[in-house]
Every structure is written in C-alpha cells, then in structure tokens.
Design a protein around this ligand. Structure first.
Ligand code: ZN
Length: 227
C-alpha cells in the first residue's frame, strides 16, 4: 500500500488539531521510511519478481526489522516515547503510536503472506488483496480520499500556499499511484532503496502544508478567548 498510508496520516488531523501533517506522515509511513536503510545495510532483502502479485512486481524476501508485527510494535512504542519525551503530549503520542501500527495492518490486508510476525520470520501472514488489482486500488483510493477530505475539512489555508501545497501534493500522489500501477518494474533491485528514500520528501511536504494551514479547532478556541 502507498497512498492509503498517507490517507491515514491525513485523517489523523481530525482526531487532534495538535498533530502536524508532517509528523503524522512520518508515523503512518515510518516502517517504509526506515526500510531503505535496512536494505542498504543488507539486513533486509527485496527482489524484482514480475507477477509476484497482480499489483506489485516486488518480492519482499525478508524484512523482519521493519515489517514484522513485533518490529512494528517496537517502532510504534519508540516513536511515541520519543514524541512524549519531547512534547509531553500524551494523547498525540498515542495517536502517533497507532499511526505507526496502522501501517502493518494495512500492509497485512494488501500483501501476500510475506509479513513476518516476529524477527525469526517463522510465520508470515498477509491477505493478498494485491492479487486483485482493481479491488486493491479501489480500497486504497477510498482510504486516501477519506483522509484528504477529513484533513481539508478540519483545516483552512492561512495563505495561498496552504491551498496550493495541499492540492499539489494530492495531485502528485494520484499521479504516482497510477504510474506505479501501470508502470514497468524497476530495472534492478539496487534502485529500490533510492526510490524508497524519495518518500522522505512527502514528510517535508506535509510540514510545509501544515505550516500554511490552520486547524479549525484552534480557530474556534481562539474565538472563544477573544471578547
Ligand atoms: Zn510497508
């Protein structure tokens, strides 16, 4: 799953106005953002395998540190702990932990049984929705659209940038989503970590959007303070 994870990140704003879009992208996509580093270190492995599922030409051979259920739980707790120590916001820390965890469960729906439960990789699970490309794309689109809708409804632009940065990112996501679905597999597995690293761009794009938009909850709270 790709834009579905970002959809969940967008939607989190509805739960708490304190949440920054950049940090919620970072959380929702955390294990995929770490994955390139583990690939480059040789600790995890991916291969090109056209037809692995209908939707992806990749065979996720081994990724216990980033994509096992145990690993994801640990990353979720670490993410929340670091955020809590930094900002002292209990509710937001919990939301970020759930965002990190949400990634595994969305992957569980889409991946074939390649997601390990533990570091030992003895048991691998996955419902394999990617074997039905149309259903997978519809479900992912619904999650994405719902998340963007919730974010757009819970915030308002405070500058023109606040509108265009959001619209630009949504269009960019949709284009990449359809290009991924239609496109050829990468030429060789060595480029995969670099494509993965490019996803960090979306985190910074998220912060940029959030800085140029204001939560409606915050606006309401300010209006009550003013006479
Ligand atoms: Zn993933």
């Amino acid at each position: 799953m790709f834009i579905g994870h970002f959809g969940v990140g967008f939607g989190a704003k509805k739960i708490s106005p304190e949440i920054s879009l950049g940090t919620s992208f970072l959380a929702a996509q955390f294990i995929d953002l770490l994955w390139p580093f583990f690939l480059m270190a040789g600790l995890e492995k991916v291969e090109i395998d056209p037809g692995n599922t209908e939707l992806t030409p990749l065979n996720f051979v081994s990724y216990p540190y980033t994509h096992s259920l145990t690993g994801t739980l640990i990353w979720a707790m670490l993410f929340a702990l670091v955020y809590y120590l930094w900002k002292k916001q209990g509710k937001e820390s919990l939301v970020y932990a759930l965002l990190v965890l949400s990634h595994w469960f969305l992957d569980f729906i889409t991946h074939r049984p390649d997601l390990p439960l533990s570091f030992s990789e003895n048991t691998k699970v996955g419902l394999g929705l990617w074997n039905n490309a149309t259903a997978a794309m519809v479900i992912e689109s619904v999650i994405f659209i719902t998340g963007v809708y919730l974010y757009a409804k819970s915030t308002r632009p405070i500058s023109k940038t606040g509108f265009y940065a959001l619209a630009g990112l949504v269009i960019f996501f949709v284009v990449v989503f359809f290009m991924n679905a239609k496109g050829d597999p990468p030429p060789n597995a060595d480029v995969i970590p670099y494509v993965g690293l490019a996803q960090w761009l979306f985190v910074f794009w998220g912060y940029w959007i959030d800085r140029n938009r204001q939560s409606l909850e915050t606006v309401k709270a300010q209006a009550q303070v003013l006479p």
